[in-house]
Design a protein around this ligand. Sequence first.
Ligand code: ZN
Length: 136
Amino acid sequence: MKITTTIPVLMMAPCGITCAACYAHVRKKNPCPGCRSLEAGRPGYCDRCKIKNCADGRGIDLCFQCSDFPCALVKHIDKRYRTSYQISLIENGLRARAVGVEQHLREEQTQWTCAECGGTVSLHNKTCSECGRSLS
Ligand SMILES: [Zn+2]
């Protein structure tokens, strides 16, 4: 899957993951429409996500909009992402809060676009979904 236009703001998950570059979104088979999409097709574990459900319950779209940000739930997933993927979701949220979600996602788009073919690089495995080129 290629990111052909600017990543829509809906493609930022409440926790700070860029859905547009998530392995579940870029895969060819059963691609996930994104945490905040109203379409069906999210993996079951995403439908049951405590963070998404918490944000919904508080009536906010993104965790950084919450007075409790970063709460224990967000800190937990942030640590997991820093450890496994070298990505800080808290930093993503702070960046989006500072420059706006649109600008943050423009930067994400630049980061996760394959230099070789323009395909989308998955933030999880750092591999281009189109040509298979590894970012590292
Ligand atoms: Zn590529």
